[in-house]
Design a protein. Structure first.
Length: 136
């Protein structure tokens, strides 16, 4: 690993699944690298998913778990066979546990040039309310 301008070069991390079901695709599975930023109103997740577009990315939220999955098809020139490769092609998967601060119905996603940008809006502050008391 070398450093240039303060940024370490990192290799893609492949997922080795032991407790998951068998996959139906014979391709490598990688963990996309992400940057996470927080603002007053939202949390922003920026993920590198090279080779993915809006049709190949699936994002689901279930029981406070955000799951990002992307299928990437290898582009190979016709009538050529691969002799040597330094860059592995494969699918991507990453899970995040969401806190109750996130408005799960307001999550937005945009992908451009293999970079996925997610906006996870925070739940607004709850307003004080008067509770009516009834007699039994």
């Amino acid at each position: 690993m070398t450093k240039e301008f303060g940024n370490p070069e990192v290799e893609k991390q492949e997922i080795v699944e032991q407790d998951q079901a068998e996959r139906t695709r014979e391709t490598r599975l990688y963990i996309p690298r992400v940057d996470i930023y927080e603002t007053k109103d939202a949390i922003h997740v920026v993920a590198d998913i090279p080779g993915a577009d809006q049709d190949s990315i699936d994002i689901t939220v279930d029981k406070n778990t955000l799951l990002i999955e992307a299928r990437v098809e290898a582009e190979r020139p016709v009538d050529y066979s691969l002799t040597y490769a330094e860059y592995g092609i494969g699918d991507f998967r990453r899970k995040f546990t969401l806190s109750n601060e996130i408005d799960q119905n307001g999550i937005e996603a945009v992908v451009k040039n293999g970079v996925l940008s997610l906006t996870l809006p925070k739940v607004g502050p709850s307003e004080a309310q008067k509770i009516a008391v009834k007699s039994a």
